[in-house]
Each structure stands twice: as C-alpha cells, then as structure tokens.
Design a binder for this molecule. Structure first.
Ligand code: SF4
Length: 331
C-alpha cells in the first residue's frame, strides 16, 4: 500500500527548502554563477513504459507489476521515425523493465540501424523471464549494450532493495550473458553493471566499487563485466516515500546539497540527453519525466520534432537535481 503523502510532500521545492533550511537548487546554481542549459544533444532515451516485475524501493518512477503505462507500437514507430530524422549517436532504452514491453523486439530491430550505440537497461530478473532467448539473440545481433541493475554483491542488501531472491536470479542471468560473450574480452558485446546505495546514503567511489565488484564476482562466480557505474538514489517516487516514512528525507536532502559539486554541472546528462515517455512526450531527463516537467518547460510530442533540441535552452530544475551534482556527479 502506498502511504499517504505528508503535508511536507505537497509543498513546492522553494517552500520545502525554506521550511527545512535547504537552499533551492536553482539558488545554489546562481550562487556559484552557474546556469543549466542544454548543450549539443547526443542521446535519445526511450522510456518504453512503467511495467516492471520488481517493486524496488529506490525507483523514482514507482514502476511495478501493477502499472499499466506502456509504449504502444504506434508511438514506437513515431520514436523510430524521429530517430531517423534527427540522428542520435546514442539511443538508450529504459523503463520500467523494457523487456516487459511486447514491442521491444520491434523497437530494437528498427532503431538499431540508425543508432551507432544502442543501449538497453535490464534488471536481469525480467530479462530472465521475458522471451529470454529471442531477446538475447536480438541484442547480440544488434550489438546492444546491456546496462544491468546490480546494486550490491551481498544478498541481504540486494534483496532488501529489490525483492527476495533477486541476487541469486541476477547471478544466474549474468552467467548466461557471460556464456553468450557479454562482458567477455574480444566479443564486442558490452555488459555494464549499475549500482546504487540500498539506503539514505551516497554511493561509494565508482572506481573503488568497480574494483571491489570485479574481484568479488570473478572470485566467487567466475563472472566478468565491462564497466560499473554508481549513482545516488534520486529523492522522487517510491524512494522519496521511503525517505519520508523512515524519517530520512531532510537529512538525505541536506547530505545531497552539502555534497554539491559545481564541476559536475557541465557534464550533467540533461545537457545532452532527450528523454521520451511511453506516450511520446519529451523531457530533459528521466527524473523530470517522473516529475511531469516537460522539455524546457513546454509540452511537446515527439511527432512534432524535426531535429535535435536547440542548444542553449534552459533546463527546468528542482531540488531532486542535487542527486545529480553530489560528489563526482551523475552523468
Ligand atoms: S534531475 Fe539531474 S539530469 Fe535531470 S534536470 Fe536535474 S540535474 Fe539534470
């Protein structure tokens, strides 16, 4: 059951900031003499829907088995047509669990020819369930980079965040991917892991975490991968509800704002990424998508776009942006 929002959750960012002594993100940028404007867009991120087989605690989109929002074949056709018109060096498929969209195969087959680098986020347990062999063959044939959620090497941490038995199932799927050549040297099949903290704290250094995961996975299960990316949980959706219910919301926001790194602003993903939701509407990133804040603050459908978004337009921000600028940043 989703708990009722507290009164603090109904406040605007500015009101909440002043109530809790947190400087609004926009004020923090201004104090550092910074602006957040779009650069040259190079990535099209396609959110194919909010259905997922898991109900992860940190999910900013509150994806899960009870959601029904899913990208239709018609919208996928509009997305592919736009990708052909605009030419993106990178296309990134995400969800929910993308594997649970029945048109995923159609999307991969049709967008791969116009995407020099095609990535797909996978939660490993959904990949193990949904048309596994067909999807894996398709991913291999189209050199799809798989970015697999893998928060921790410990079963208790992974299962508390993502559900009982998730670590074991994830290991089984990673073995299968390795057997097919994913994450193995010389195959050209890239397998990256994505790790995020299991509670109200910031991630460990990416370099150190990568070394630790590599050593542990290799020694214990003989598994390999290409890169590991760590990121801070964004205080939106289910994670925000958990923070509020556990009494961690204010301290987490303060932790994020205290770790503001002005050098991270230049490389923020919203400067170079365009995000499209399951209905075909456009956003500056998946977090603004979760907030319902449209691309440059204006509701626009992908079918109306002829080219890449104009560089220089201002990106709408909120206090959730502190998660992207904490420490070495979230790019
Ligand atoms: S949430 Fe992050 S990626 Fe999105 S607009 Fe804010 S800083 Fe940019």
């Amino acid at each position: 059951m989703v708990p009722e929002l507290t009164s603090a959750d109904t406040l605007s960012d500015a009101e909440r900031s002043s109530a809790h002594g947190l400087e609004p993100f926009s004020g923090c940028l201004a104090r550092h003499g910074l602006e957040l404007n779009r650069g040259q867009t190079n990535t099209l991120q396609i959110n194919v829907g909010l259905i997922c087989n898991q109900v992860c605690r940190h999910c900013h989109l509150e994806a899960g088995p009870n959601r029904s929002e899913i990208m239709s074949k018609k919208t996928i056709e509009e997305v592919v047509a736009y990708a052909k018109r605009a030419s993106f060096p990178v296309v990134d498929i995400t969800g929910g669990a993308p594997e649970m969209n029945p048109h995923l195969g159609y999307l991969i087959e049709n967008i791969a020819p116009v995407a020099p680098r095609l990535m797909m986020r996978a939660n490993l347990t959904a990949l193990a369930k949904e048309n596994t062999d067909y999807l894996l063959r398709l991913c291999m044939a189209n050199r799809v980079v798989i970015a697999a959620s893998f928060p921790a090497v410990s079963a208790s941490q992974t299962d508390s965040q993502r559900g009982k038995g998730v670590l074991e199932k994830s290991i089984t799927m990673l073995k299968k991917l390795n057997d097919l050549g994913y994450g193995r040297d010389g195959t050209g099949l890239e397998l990256n892991l994505v790790s995020n903290p299991t509670g109200a704290f910031l991630p460990a250094s990416q370099d150190q975490a990568e070394k630790r995961f590599r050593r542990y996975l290799e020694t214990k299960w003989g598994l390999s991968f290409n890169n590991l990316f760590t990121f801070a949980n964004v205080p939106l959706g289910r994670f925000r509800t958990w923070l509020a219910d556990s009494g961690n919301l204010d301290s987490y926001m303060k932790k994020l704002s205290a770790s503001f790194n002005p050098c991270a602003v230049e490389g923020l993903m919203c400067r170079t990424l365009l995000s499209v939701n399951w209905e075909g509407y456009l956003f500056d990133c998946d977090f603004n998508l979760a907030m319902g804040v449209y691309l440059a603050g204006r509701k626009r459908h992908i079918s109306e776009m002829d080219d890449l978004p104009e560089p220089g337009t201002q990106i709408p921000t909120g206090n959730h942006c502190y998660a992207c600028t904490a420490g070495s940043g979230f790019t």
